[in-house]
Write a protein of this length. Structure first.
Length: 69
């Protein structure tokens, strides 16, 4: 599990870096695009997302840590 988290973190880091680079070349600003999109979320959508995220965090905390040795 730790390897998977680390691997996906690396992928996300590369994606974040190169997406910014590509959008800069195209003359677009990623942060503005995301902010504009997120700004359209309704209060109900924000509440639903927070509820789902909270439930996932509780579920993850209740699972025993797996170890590969």
């Amino acid at each position: 599990m730790d390897f998977d988290w680390a691997d996906e973190t690396i992928h996300a880091g590369y994606g974040k870096h190169w997406l910014r680079e590509l959008l800069a070349v195209r003359g677009e600003r990623c942060g503005k695009l995301v902010s504009d999109y997120v700004a359209t979320a309704t209060a109900e959508e924000v509440t639903a997302i927070k509820k789902i995220a909270g439930a996932l965090m509780i579920q993850a905390a209740q699972k025993p840590a797996s170890r590969t040795e």
